[in-house]
Design a protein around this ligand. Structure first.
Ligand code: F6P
Length: 528
């Protein structure tokens, strides 16, 4: 049950929301010459402008009081100290320890985790540099020119995003591919074009029990064995928190890289799961990515609440979802290199925040995580922005753009930045067209704008850590556990049962009429 102070703080925020029901953001901007400075932040290389929101000082104060009443400072200390705040699974969520440069011990189950983290990072760096240098070779002694990551969810999105965002500093000598889905086509197409003697597979799975990854692993292993015989072993590395399972599937100890089970899948890019990215960009740049995240960690821990960027972003997420009833928010990078950011944040935010019960298992009784969606902002202008500008729903929007002119194609970057700023302005001001209601844009649509001076490893690290801490902040105010994801399990269990039935096994029990009919139709087509 929420405490009395929390209920009081919640009511105060509700009163602020009622007071601001008819506010116009343009008026808030006009009324306060200091507003942009007051709501702008420069943190770890990121510039964020939060001034275009339906928020003023009394509302911000009420939200900060809500965070206090929810004991955010205490939970934040518990997060960094390695307390078992993932209460449903009885373990810490210590992704911050993976990038903490401070050697001071963090003790979990009587043991300092720092030596384990350091050893894991040494192992990642050694493998990455050996593959890049060509000193770690395949069965025929040839250097690897292709690395294929088999993994899904958190064992995919993080390294894929990092590599794509930092493609400019990735080695051109090694192609890194990602196969996630059990859809046979991507793997078949990849196997058809790869040179087995020069291909290294990374089998990335925290649990080493994820069906998609194991199917893809078995198919890749069969293919490689047919080409290289027993030498195929040299072409597979398992990355997991469950080494026993990897051993059970034939991996030798020296082909297994482990990471601790207190690293959540969607928080794992900083761990051995980041190896594909480390191979692409090199160990030193991977360390810079961690350093950028560590800088954001320090800011989140030390900055006063009213100047704390991830904390305020998390509170804005609560403000709009729980008090204004806005059911989604959009993430719109104006940079193709950040194409995967919305999907990465989808997993981070929605797998963490998509909960209907609090950490004690009681129904929360208010909306929690909104739908997070988005994509390349410039492409979005020609697909879904119509709805942002004129749809009946208000969708808080987040723009990101790099301001570094790479001088590749004259004028392009300037035009890209112009379009990004223009969209935020258009959402804010709207337009009245007398006599033409079809052309009217109501405006007053809130947005955040992030300016990135460049897409470098530390800036990317800080950005991703900012999203983690924002997710944590909103979860603490909602009183939910952001570190479990039981909701994904039922579908997996049912899929295993339906898979058997598609293969001819008699039904294990009744399905609903719709599922039975679909199953029968698929069975006919698959020749089940
Ligand atoms: O099904 C969801 C999930 O458990 C995610 O949380 C996780 O990132 C993904 O599957 C992959 O899990 P694993 O790394 O254990 O294969």
């Amino acid at each position: 049950m929420p405490s009395a102070p929390l209920a009081t703080a919640w009511s105060r925020v509700a009163a602020e929301r009622a007071r601001l029901a008819d506010c116009r953001i343009v008026d808030l901007l006009a009324a306060d010459p200091q507003r942009v400075a007051r709501y702008s932040f420069d943190v770890a290389g990121l510039h964020a402008d939060l001034s275009k929101h339906r928020l003023d000082e009394p509302a911000r104060a009420a939200l900060l009081a809500l965070a206090d009443a929810a004991e955010l400072p205490r939970w934040r200390s518990a997060l960094f100290a390695g307390e078992a705040i993932n209460n449903s699974e009885g373990r810490p969520a210590l992704h911050t320890a993976l990038r903490d440069p401070d050697p001071a011990p963090i003790v979990v189950n009587g043991q300092d985790v720092k030596p384990t983290v350091a050893a894991m990072h040494r192992q990642i760096a050694d493998i990455a540099e050996a593959v890049r240098a060509g000193s770690r070779t395949g069965a025929t002694g040839q250097r690897f020119t292709r690395v294929v990551n088999l993994g899904i969810g958190g064992s995919y999105w993080g390294p894929a995003l990092v590599l794509e965002a930092l493609h400019g500093c990735a080695t051109p000598d090694i192609e890194v591919d990602f196969i996630s889905s059990v859809d046979p086509t991507p793997l078949q197409r990849l196997l058809a074009r790869c040179d087995p003697a020069r291909t290294l597979f990374l089998v990335s799975s925290k649990s080493f029990g994820t069906t998609e990854t194991l199917y893809n692993y078995q198919a890749a292993r069969t293919f490689m064995q047919a080409q290289l015989g027993d030498g195929a072993d040299r072409h597979f590395i398992a990355i997991t928190a469950n080494p026993d399972k990897a051993r059970g599937l034939g991996f030798a100890d020296d082909a297994i890289v482990t990471f601790p089970d207190w690293v959540g899948g969607r928080y794992s890019v900083w761990s051995a799961i980041g190896l594909p990215a480390a191979i692409g960009i090199g160990a030193a740049r991977f360390r810079e990515l961690l350093d950028g995240a560590a800088a954001m960690d320090r800011h989140f821990q030390e900055a006063p609440a009213e100047r704390n960027l991830p904390l305020l972003l998390g509170l804005l997420d609560v403000w709009y979802a729980s008090f204004w009833g806005f059911g989604s928010r959009a993430l719109l990078p104006y940079d193709q290199a950040l194409r995967l950011l919305p999907t990465y944040v989808q997993q981070l935010a929605m797998e963490s925040g998509g909960k209907g019960v609090d950490r004690d298992g009681q129904p929360v009784g208010y909306p929690t995580c909104p739908v997070v969606w988005g994509g390349n902002g410039n492409d979005g202008e020609h697909t879904f922005y119509q709805l942002l500008h004129q749809g009946p729903a208000t969708i808080p929007t987040e723009f990101l753009v790099c301001t570094q002119d790479d001088a590749g194609l004259p004028g392009h970057r300037r035009r890209l930045v112009a379009q990004c700023l223009a969209q935020a302005e258009a959402l804010l001001t709207g337009v009245e067209v007398p006599g033409n209601p079809h052309a009217r844009c109501p405006g007053n649509r809130p947005s955040t704008t992030f300016l990135l001076p460049a897409l470098t490893p530390p800036i990317l690290g800080a950005l991703l850590a900012c999203h983690e801490h924002r997710t944590f902040t909103s979860a603490m105010v909602w009183r939910i556990n952001p570190f479990d994801q039981f909701g994904v399990e039922l579908g997996k269990r049912l899929a295993s049962r339906i898979e058997q039935e598609l293969g001819g096994a008699s039904p294990h029990g009744a399905h609903d009429a719709s599922t039975s009919t679909l199953l029968a139709a698929c069975r006919l087509r698959l020749g089940g």
